[in-house]
Ligand binder design. Sequence first.
Ligand SMILES: Nc1ncnc2c1ncn2[C@@H]1O[C@H](COP(=O)(O)OP(=O)(O)OP(=O)(O)O)[C@@H](O)[C@H]1O
Length: 582
Amino acid sequence: MKELLRLLGIIRTYHWWMILAATLGFATIGSGIGLLMSSAYIIAKAALQLPFHELQLGIAGVRLFGLARGVLRYIERLVSHSTTFKILSGLRVWFYESLEPLAPARLLQYKSGDLLQRITKDIDSLENLYSRVIAPPLTAIMISALLWFLLGSFSPMFSITLLCFHAFAAVGIPLFTGHINRGTATKMAGIQAELQSMTIDFVQGLGDLMLFNRLDDHTEKLYRLKTDELKLQRKQALIQRLHEPLIGLLMNSAVLALLWTLTPQVSNGTIDGIYTAVIIIAVMASFEAFLPLPDATHHLETSATAGKRLFEIIDTKPAVPSPHHPERFPDVHSIKFENISFTYPQTFTPTLSSLSLQIEEGEKVAIIGPSGAGKSTITSLLLRFWEPSQGDICIGDRSIRNLDPETIRKNIGIVSQKTYLFSTSIRENLLLAKPDADDKELKNSLTFAGLSSFTTKLDQWVGQHGMKLSGGERQRMAIARMLLQDAPIIVLDEATANLDTVTEKSVIQSILGLCNKQPAKTLLVITHRLRDMAQFDKIVVLEKGCIVEQGAHHELLKKNGLYASMWSLQHRQTPPELLTDS
Ligand SMILES: Nc1ncnc2c1ncn2[C@@H]1O[C@H](COP(=O)(O)OP(=O)(O)OP(=O)(O)O)[C@@H](O)[C@H]1O
């Protein structure tokens, strides 16, 4: 219930649209009742063979209500669909806006399939919140009130009798079907999320499943989940099928009860017999408004479950708070890590411990160290993906805590270990970095990244996740993107790991050359492969989250510490033509 109230709070901006659509729904059903009442009136009068002018009122009613019903139904559909889509788009915008500050840190705990299920299906199911949960009770209340007045004009007894049946249709049947349906919406959402995750794993990991001969196990699990989903769907369908006969039963009972109270009054002449059919027909027609109510309880539970799943994400506190009044991005692009410590959530050992590092503007710094030393974590903190548990990071004279995370990311060009390419053309993937870039700029960046062969196929599809490109080509695409971004700070996190040694050398040389051009760019390179190290102003050696050595290449070699041993280990078998800087 709490979730529903929160959802109603979110969509309250559309309350006038909702009221209009419900009023139109009422007017449409009301016209239907008027049409049937007028028809019953004409038939009853005609049966008595009264003169034609006695039928005039009924004929006018049939014309008016017949026409009004069609026109109103059309307008009602138009308004209620438009209201539904307005609400749906409002909910989508709200969800995406709330999701953005949580990415990427807080979203790591969700399986991608589950997240997809929440973003698509859960929001889609809220489509029914207005049309199936809010609108039907509103319309039913208005129709019940109309009948109260109509029948009350004959006898208050009729109104009270019908009200009892309407109340039972509005509360009793939905409570009954809601009770036997309880929990299915929650179970269904869980199963569908699991199914979505497993299907994504199945498609993306098909190669590995075949390689390890686990295809049958995975298919079996998918089959079991699909069977559970079908069972639940069957149960829901059976319950839904119950609604119509139950409402029909209630309608016929109401007719019988009304006849029972009406007959004595017609017999003693209190009510003209002509109105018997009019009243009975009105009573029968009024139940049309109650037909969707039992379904509303099912959609109420589905909406509440979807709301709960969405709020579960939305209520997560962002890993990185955004400043309310961000400062301007500084003009000086030096970087300072001051006594930084950081521990990932649900882990106990700190990934970085009291790390301090000064990088001057235009300086070229390499960060090296064993796997798991915390090198990439430094980048994540700089990009404001995570918040350090201790210490501060400054760009120029400003703490990054006071800068807008979006502006920080705009000013840091990054090429990481994992390059995500969208399933579109080479051009579209490049334009991500600079939407207004012209073909010349795109081609220059591709040539710079060693992809001159791509300059003639800008509109070629790169395949799903760029699968039509080799690992090296994907990484060079990321380098081309970084170049287009033209940021004053560049971070390369194992950017050349997938390149062959000759291409790697040429790409690194080009990037170093680019950084030396005026205005000089600040360059931070995270690497395992110790190549061209003499060209870096500073090399920082990280081990277990602490800086163990830092200095220029020749200084560190002289120290004969961790750097020197890594260097000699890597260069023992390196061809002499690559050892330019030793
Ligand atoms: N999201 C995360 N949640 C929990 N632990 C994490 C997360 N990301 C990284 N770690 C852990 O933090 C440590 C440092 O990871 P990081 O990626 O910074 O190391 P690295 O030096 O860049 O390693 P590599 O050279 O292998 O890329 C590792 O032990 C890793 O398992």
